[in-house]
Structures are given as structure tokens and as C-alpha cells.
Design a binder for this molecule. Sequence first.
Ligand SMILES: C[S@@+](CC[C@H](N)C(=O)[O-])C[C@H]1O[C@@H](n2cnc3c(N)ncnc32)[C@H](O)[C@@H]1O
Length: 355
Amino acid sequence: MDLSTAMWTAAVVGAAAVCWFVWVMDLAEVLSRFMGRDNVQGKYNQVRSFFLRSKEDIAAASDEDKMPSIIQTYYNLLTDIIEWKLGQSFHFSPSLPGRSDREAARIYEERIADVIAARPGQRIVDVGCGIGGPMRTIAARSGADIVGITISDYQVARAREHNRKAGLDGRCEVVCGNFLEMPFPEASFDGAYSIEATCHAPRLEDVYREVFRVLKPGALYVSCEVVTTALYRPDDPRHVETIRGIEIGGALATLRAQHELAATARQAGFEVLEERDLALPPAEPWWTRPKISRFVYLSNHVMVTILTALRIAPKGIVEVYEMLYETAGHVNYGGETGIFTPMHMILCRKPPENQ
Ligand SMILES: C[S@@+](CC[C@H](N)C(=O)[O-])C[C@H]1O[C@@H](n2cnc3c(N)ncnc32)[C@H](O)[C@@H]1O
């Protein structure tokens, strides 16, 4: 090997080693945040076994009001890892040529602000706000004040920290609570939106009714729903396995069908102004986003296992990682075949008083 080849080889190997080191440190930092948490393994088992039950059992547990506490456990457990993978917005968005995933998410959120015509002086509720990525974009885009509600106390703390860092804590407020019984008076908001959140409600009509209650007459509500499409066939075992996999890994009692949304919104009292699956062309495929190669999966798996053995990460994290990987596979297949969409937009209006 001549000198210049040796130098190039050393440079490439050195750069790869630095990237690998940065990646390991980043992963170790995220996982080390779990160390202060109580019983990660037990909480993972609790969530997993809840959603592995039959649909009838899950429905019965929902009737007993057990669902909010399970969803809280799920998001308290997963928020750091989701943030690490997706950033501050916990949703999919149509891929846009030449734009990064984060830019595409921002553009999607700005579209939501525009659809409900949010503007300065208004008070808008974000139903199931996560750690507030969409809230900050929508506040910045529209000038409106946003109040987010999430069932996860861990997300509340994280969202408040991000709001403060972004200098938006005066305009973005986050409340810990159940969106099926929102701690807000009737007719107290000028608009509402929800992104990939109402899918967690055991019965969609309950959350739509609650959003209807807190909106002022004439106010708009847009929801980006996670649903099965008309291409889903319940007689195809692969379809059934995929949708069930998304439900189990995504902490969903049941995925609803696209065609149920408008009827449910009308039952709650809304007028339905528009409905569209934003994942369809001309949007570029979104489903490649959750897909990771076998190589990346295995290297992550090995690192998470080593970090657990070194007690940098707590017991149970390997299982959490496995669950996310498995769910990502189902989401990818569901998106590719078109049997599932996380971007079915429905725009509703609470009728004006004089109507
Ligand atoms: C997939 S995340 C989406 C978060 C956010 N909309 C975003 O796009 O970044 C779902 C959110 O719904 C919230 N959620 C689920 N069930 C809830 C409930 N019953 N009450 C309040 N929030 C709930 C979760 O806590 C989580 O913040």
C-alpha cells in the first residue's frame, strides 16, 4: 500500500470511528435518562400485556377507565426514545422532495395552523400535544396562544422545558390531563387540532364530543387521524397481523376505519367541511421513515444490550427497543400497501350560534 492510500484509509477509518463514538454517546445519553426511573421492565410488561389481550378484554378495561393510566405509562416510558428518533414532533408527515423529515413535519404543522385559520389573539387547544413540537410551530406560524393537553406528566415537563428554551412559554401552555374529560370550561377555545392522538381514545365519539364542548360556536377543529383505509381486507391474514401489530405497539385499543370519521364527527355535533388522506400522492411515501436496515437494527440492539449490561441503561430497555422495531416494521408495511394511513385529515366546524 502506498503512502497516500494508507493515509486515506486511516482518515476514513478515523472518521467512521468518530461517528460511531458520537452515536454511542448520544444513545447512552438518551438511555441514561431512564436510570432514575422506577421499574422500567415492570412498566413495559404492564403495557405490553395490556395490549396483547383480546379486543373484548381491552374494551372492558376501557369501560372501567383503565386506559388513560396505561397510555400515561406507555408515553412516560417511550417519550425519550421517540424524541431521540423523531425529534419534538411525534407524528408522520408527507415526505417532500428535497426536504428533511423535520422540515416536512414543520410544513405539515404550518398547514394545520392555516387550515384552522389560527391568528393572533386566539386561544387554540392541542388535543394530545406530546412534547409540543406542533404547538411551537403553530404558535410561531399563527401568533395564536396554544394550550396543549397530554396524559403523560413526563411529556408535560419535557414540553415546558422546550417551550421555555424556544422563548414561547408565554404563548404555549401545557396541561396534564385526560382529553376525554378536559379541565377547560365550555366554549373556551377559538380553535382546536389533534395530530395522531385521538386514535388512543377507546371511543372516538367521546373525544370528539369533548372537543366540541370546549370550542366556541363557529370554531374550527382539524384532526389528523390514524386509520385503516378502504384497501384493508379483514380476510387477508397479513393485513390483520399488520394492523394488530400497529395497535399493540402503538397502544391503541382499536384502529378505526377511515369511513367512520365523518359520521362520528357529525354525531358529536360538528359540520364536516373537508376530509382528505394527506398521505396519498402527490405526497411522497412517508412510510420509509420508520424503516431501518437490518444492520442498523442489529448494531442498535447490540449497543442497547451492552449499555444495559454495563448498567448505563436499565433492565427492560432491550424489550422496549424490540417493540419499537417490530412496530416500525408493521407501520412500514401498512403504509407501503396503503391499508393504513396516519394522515387522514378531517376538518370540522362547531355550528355558529345563529344556525
Ligand atoms: C403520537 S403522540 C402525538 C403527539 C403530538 N400530537 C405530536 O404530533 O407531536 C399521542 C399523544 O396523545 C396523548 N394522549 C393519548 N391519550 C390521551 C388522553 N386520554 N388524554 C390526553 N392525552 C392523550 C399522548 O399523551 C401523546 O401526547
